[in-house]
Design a protein around this ligand. Structure first.
Ligand code: FPP
Length: 236
């Protein structure tokens, strides 16, 4: 089976999952952490090189305070509890996004886990936190402009490869497969630049119901796709 090198997931539907059970939205986020664990374990076991998860978008700050605070607490608890198992599974944790906007406990907890897993050589788990695709492109443009002003880079030398080096995903290959759960079919301001030639897979399942076998099904469908990157199948 042809495996994607980099899988991205927009984990959607936690709120609806909780509502269907007459519970608070946080109950759905809590249930979603088990799906996260299964996706990480499966990706690590199969030898997928990169798994990126859209855990908290720049727009999610606009949710009710109780939900935002609860999600932050959940992230701290999950990262703290799972770090030993990340190390055991040789998984290296990375975080991308406006990390400076996160509460101090979240920054410290992630910083610690990133340091503790820095020597792991297996799956690279990228958590997008306070992340948006427009933010990523703008921060890259601003950092490039600053380097231009200081003379660190030459004017009129900007190409895709140089611009890429300023993105938060610099050094990470573009996602081959993007999975989105809950039946919604949109990018929602995820990696706008990086998804240029990504294959999309939409699942009807809500994120807390998306487990190992669903992940495997997405990989199987990906394996059957023909990727041409704008070229024809045959060069003749
Ligand atoms: C989207 O569902 C989900 C989120 C905004 C948060 C995802 C977070 C987790 C699964 C928690 C654990 C994460 C890690 C990395 C340990 P939604 O709230 O938009 O659902 P809805 O569309 O049904 O309202």
């Amino acid at each position: 089976m042809s495996l994607p090198k980099h899988v991205s997931i927009i984990m959607d539907g936690n709120g609806r999952w909780a509502k269907a059970r007459g519970k608070e939205r946080l109950f759905g986020h809590q249930a979603g952490t088990e799906s996260v664990r299964q996706a990480v374990e499966t990706a690590a076991e199969l030898g997928i090189a990169y798994l990126s998860l859209f855990a908290f978008s720049s727009e999610n700050w606009g949710r009710p305070k109780v939900e935002v605070d609860g999600l932050m607490e959940l992230l701290v608890r999950a990262v703290h509890a799972e770090t030993p198992s990340l190390i055991e599974n040789n998984v290296k944790l990375l975080a991308i996004g406006e990390i400076s906007h996160l509460p101090v406990q979240v920054r410290e907890c992630f910083g610690q886990s990133v340091r503790d897993t820095a020597c792991c050589t297996g799956l690279q788990l990228i958590l997008a936190l306070s992340y948006s695709g427009t933010w990523d492109i703008l921060q890259a443009a601003n950092r490039y402009a600053a380097d231009l002003r200081s003379g660190k880079v030459e004017a009129n030398g900007l190409d895709a490869a140089l611009f890429e080096s300023y993105l938060s995903t610099s050094g990470i290959p573009h996602p081959d497969l993007l999975i989105r759960t809950s039946g919604e079919q949109r990018i929602s301001n995820f990696m706008l630049w990086q998804l240029a030639y990504t294959e999309f897979y939409f699942s009807q399942k809500l994120w807390p119901d998306f487990r190992r076998e669903d992940f495997l099904e997405a990989l199987e469908e990906y394996a059957g796709r023909e990727r041409r990157f704008g070229k024809t199948e045959n060069k003749q």
